[in-house]
Design a protein around this ligand. Sequence first.
Ligand code: ATP
Ligand code: MG
Ligand code: MG
Ligand code: MG
Length: 439
Amino acid sequence: MRLSRYFLPVLKETPAEAQIASHRLMLRAGMIRQASAGIYSWLPLGLKVLRRLEQIVHEEQQRAGHHPMLMPTIQSADLWQESGRYNAYGKELLRIEDRHGRDMLYGPTNEELITDIFRREVTSYKQLPLTLYHIQWKFRDEIRPRFGVMRGREFLMKDGYNFDVSKEDALHAYNRHLVSYLRTYERMGLQAIPMRADGGPIGGDYTHEFLVLAETGESEVFYDSAVTDLRLGDRAIDFDDRAQCQAIMEEFTTPYARTDETHDDAIFAEVPEERRRKARGIEVGQIFYFGTKYSDPLKALVQTAEGEQVPVHMGSHGIGVSRLVGALIEANHDENGIIWPEGVAPFGAAIVNLKQGDTDCDWVCEELYAGLNAAGVEALYDDREERAGAKFATMDLIGCPWRLTVGPRGLKEGNVELTSRRTGESEAMSPAAAIDRLR
Ligand code: ATP
Ligand code: MG
Ligand code: MG
Ligand code: MG
């Protein structure tokens, strides 16, 4: 992308309404603009990051054997009456009346709708196990939308639903989700710790929230510092292997880690004192097993191998895709701007031309731009007639992992400069070597 032709409305001033770094930086870097309270437009740069996260979520869900689909944002109230949640959900539920006077709602989650689809189409244990998911906009009329996309009213969420014939099978689905979530967050360059959580309005006995530690997080958390040493890494995972998924679940959930809702001082006291931590965290996902909570009232039955009709065992599993953009920035920034982890950066590299209009500089920049694109690295080329300082400031703000600086002085030696946004370290090398390095 050539910056001269892009739509990147960066702000020099710090927007007064933004209280936390990620909100400030998303506004300043031209990623989002507020449309109304808790509702945002995603500008091109913001959308690029959002799409990268969605892509990672899709890949990891499908790797775990889950099927993508898409349900609508607007739902009929009928199903919610049937489940009993139409009244129970309270004011967070945005209720809408259509022209015929029918009660509709903007979905805050999709248990009812997916259970309705399931009960119409699936009748036998032979069609199970089944996990369906979608990545779709949700609306919750939050009493206090704040921190930008972190607590929006409209937000993008991945929600997945497993259907199994028995509790045992459903708990495997639970473990499978836990493992796939660990992979997902690690690929984004984030540490999200599974913590024992409370069922909340969706309900359920088995539930973990995934929390990114951050001072600006809204949840209070208590944990054994040993949990922060755990990494899934690139170990081979067979998502059908129950024992392996169970072992990984136990590995990551055995050290004490709980949100304030489930925190227990007596159990916490058993953790060696030097490892006891109290901190704040951002909830970026949650998994639930809730058994027959919805299949009972909605009569989603399946026939077992013995010919019996039983309500299907379910769980639901969410990832806050749009909130993750904010969480990633909270975890990765400095006073100059965002520092994207490699896997989620909107552009893999930035090219800064220090002397636009200089034949050699322009030519080398064009070579780099074409070469990087051919090597599969999407580059953002600052080809504007601007001072070097302004160009550097913009690139630091939007935070591409690598910057290639092209100027007359370096070119005399045949070199361009490759700078890491994270470490600030620079190295001179030929344009070809730079392309090779970033490939
Ligand atoms: P919170 O405790 O922050 O209100 P929640 O527990 O109500 O979140 P879930 O129903 O578990 O949310 O939804 C799954 C995920 O969706 C959450 O883990 C979170 O990452 C994301 N999410 C929930 N509410 C919002 C919101 N208002 N804005 C942005 N993301 C949200
Ligand atoms: Mg909530
Ligand atoms: Mg919560
Ligand atoms: Mg939750």
